[in-house]
Design a protein. Structure first.
Length: 349
């Protein structure tokens, strides 16, 4: 009864927001439109993005600007949930925000590594990062190279992981990405155990444990198929946490000599039985998202008065943004409706 009382307000709020997520019929309509302009105009009609699109001039109707307003909508939703949250819920939300910090650092890494001529385009995130984050966008946008970028993160928890790569003198973009990912997931696992209690902790660890397992399966597959990496190198790029895939299973997956044997070993894992992992013609990324979607929707159904309601909503909102930006890109390149739906790989429920 205590959890129901603690979550009644936030659950009601999130359910109201969930009702505004796009439905299968919306995606079917959007991918059937002939131009990007028509697709963006559709978002003005009875969708959560209407207030943001209304403020845009037609001359700004392209993916970059649309992606900004989609993320502004996401961050606004996060802010609404945060305002309704109690202390324990805020603890979870502060943990969740770290994924947006990692996304921001990844964006900045690409700017400085690839020497983009265009400046950092982060103003639309600044309000939210000033409010919720340890990272200063004002400092990050002054970074002209990797040394300055790492130094501008000195007062954050990410500095140590990135400084070690920088100080080695041999850091590639891949090295920085890997160090950031390994730090993020390991830290989230430890902090989730420490700051969340009881049933909330159990839900959090299940979600993150399964996410880590699924990411490791993806990374091992890619390492074998595309880079022909040896086991010692594969071990170095995987997250050293095992949830449903036990240590011996994991060792076998990494050390199988061929891709075919790896796929046969995957068929023996928990995920193959529960989610038909690798038994469809979808990409690994699509299968990964499908598995997470089923996991989060099951959590929400089984525990509606818990952090599951928040976790699931934010996941579905992020999925919606991914699908909308993918659909707009497909329309821009003239793909057929069927081809575009294939790239979307399913819809929110």
């Amino acid at each position: 009864m205590g959890n129901v009382m603690a979550y009644s307000g936030i659950t009601t709020k999130v359910r109201a927001m969930s009702a505004k997520l796009l439905k299968e019929k919306d995606y079917d309509t959007i991918v059937g439109l002939g131009t990007v302009t028509e697709a963006i105009e559709y978002l003005k009609d009875k969708t959560a993005y209407a207030p943001y699109v209304e403020r845009m001039d037609v001359s700004l109707y392209h993916r970059g600007n649309v992606e900004k307003i989609l993320y502004q909508s996401l961050f606004d939703d996060y802010s609404r949930i945060f305002r309704f949250a109690g202390m324990e819920q805020k603890t979870f939300l502060k943990l969740y925000w770290k994924r947006y910090e990692v996304d921001l650092i990844n964006y900045c890494l690409r700017i400085v590594f690839n020497h983009y001529e265009k400046p950092f385009d982060l103003e639309y995130k600044k309000e939210f990062f000033d409010r919720y984050s340890q990272i200063s966008i004002d400092r990050l946008i002054t970074s002209k190279n990797i040394d300055e970028l790492v130094d501008n993160l000195r007062d954050t928890e990410y500095y140590g992981a990135l400084a070690r790569i920088r100080d080695s003198g041999a850091g590639t973009l891949f090295d920085y990405d890997l160090a950031l990912d390994l730090y993020y997931f390991s830290t989230m696992w430890k902090k989730g155990k420490r700051v969340l209690k009881g049933h909330e902790q159990k839900i959090f660890l299940k979600d993150y444990g399964m996410k880590i397992d699924l990411l490791n399966l993806q990374w091992i597959y890619r390492a074998k198929k595309y880079y022909h990496m040896l086991p010692p190198d594969i071990y170095s790029m995987t997250i050293p946490i095992h949830y449903r895939i036990k240590v011996e299973e994991f060792k076998t997956l990494v050390e199988t000599p061929t891709l075919e044997q790896f796929e046969a070993e995957v068929e023996k894992t928990y995920y193959a039985g529960k989610y038909n992992y690798m038994q469809t013609d979808k990409t690994l990324e699509q299968m990964y998202r499908d598995c997470l979607r089923k996991l989060y929707l099951t959590d929400k159904r089984n525990d509606p008065y818990s952090i599951a309601i928040v976790n699931t909503y934010l996941f579905l909102k992020e999925e919606e943004i991914y699908k909308l930006t993918t659909a707009l890109e497909c329309i821009r390149y003239g793909l057929t409706k069927g081809e575009t739906l294939g790239y979307l790989g399913g819809v929110n429920q």
